[in-house]
Design a protein around this ligand. Structure first.
Ligand code: ADP
Ligand code: MG
Length: 256
């Protein structure tokens, strides 16, 4: 089943500056279509500036495209009413690259993970504590970490907290925008393995955005190559070295 369907998305940024009377337009995404199948991971691979984060924000319902549509679980993300949108957002979560700016530095690990639970579910205090403890265990942390503040954690640990928060409401899809790019290689591998395990265990689907072919390869079932705002090729990961477009060859073969 197709969970997320992007159809012919385009997005242009308009920059105005005080010394230019004419507004400058920059086309970030051009006519992009893709599908994330239920239980699968689609990797979006592209160099810096290719338009990956723009596409991620559009897919999350945070940035309306100029053209095209995004449907999630059969509903158009930009056409539904606010109530329905809130419901859909529960099933559609995000993890960004910069784990420190994604959290309130004054909140404890427990408070960070509890926040979505409090917004969407009414749990007793004991159920809430148990749920947070389970989530920490799921992402490889322990209850000893519950009362720590973000600055008492390493980047890898804090990114695990962000993942715990993202999975707290048992979403269907997580958009991961360069989730391991700022971490060292060993921690990257651990977190990717963990995400992969979660995908299998709880049937999650991912849109995994990265410039790093090694990371994309580990976790994705299919890979779409984004070059200068356009998807130039989409391949099964197992078949990725058979890519034919020069931009795909450049980025995929750079790993060889
Ligand atoms: N808010 C914005 N206003 C104007 N231009 C932007 C904005 N965000 C991104 N861009 C431009 O759009 C292009 C794509 O950016 P982005 O989606 O962040 O790419 P990536 O995540 O692949 O590095 C870049 O040229 C970038 O400078
Ligand atoms: Mg980006």
């Amino acid at each position: 089943m197709s969970l997320l369907i992007a159809k012919q998305i385009s997005k242009t940024y308009t920059a105005s500056s005080w010394f230019q009377s004419k507004k400058k337009e920059h086309s970030a995404i051009t006519n992009v279509s893709f599908v994330v199948e239920s239980g699968m991971c689609l990797g979006i691979l592209g160099e810096s500036g290719a338009g990956k984060s723009t596409l991620g924000k559009i897919a999350l319902g945070l940035l309306p495209p100029d053209q095209g549509s995004i449907s999630f679980q059969g509903e158009d993300l930009y056409r539904v009413n606010r109530h329905k949108r809130k419901q859909l957002r529960r099933d559609l979560q995000v993890v960004f690259q910069d784990c420190y700016s994604a959290v309130n530095p004054r909140m404890t690990v427990k408070q960070i993970i509890e926040e979505p639970l409090r917004n969407f579910r009414r749990l007793s205090v004991s159920d809430e504590n148990r749920t947070v403890a389970n989530l920490l265990e799921t992402v490889g942390l322990t209850i000893n970490d519950m009362n720590k503040l973000p600055n008492q954690l390493s980047g890898g640990q804090l990114q695990r907290v962000n993942i715990a928060r993202a999975i707290a409401l048992e979403p269907k899809l997580i958009v991961l925008d360069e989730p391991v790019s700022s971490l060292d290689l060993i921690i990257q591998k651990q977190i990717l393995d963990h995400l992969k395990e979660l995908k299998e265990k709880i049937g999650l689907s991912y849109l995994f955005i990265s410039h790093d072919i090694a990371a994309v390869e580990v976790i994705s079932d299919r890979i779409a190559i984004l070059d200068k705002g356009e998807i130039v090729e989409t391949l099964d990961t197992s078949n990725m070295y058979a890519c034919t477009h020069p931009a795909s060859q450049k980025i995929i073969r750079s790993s060889l």
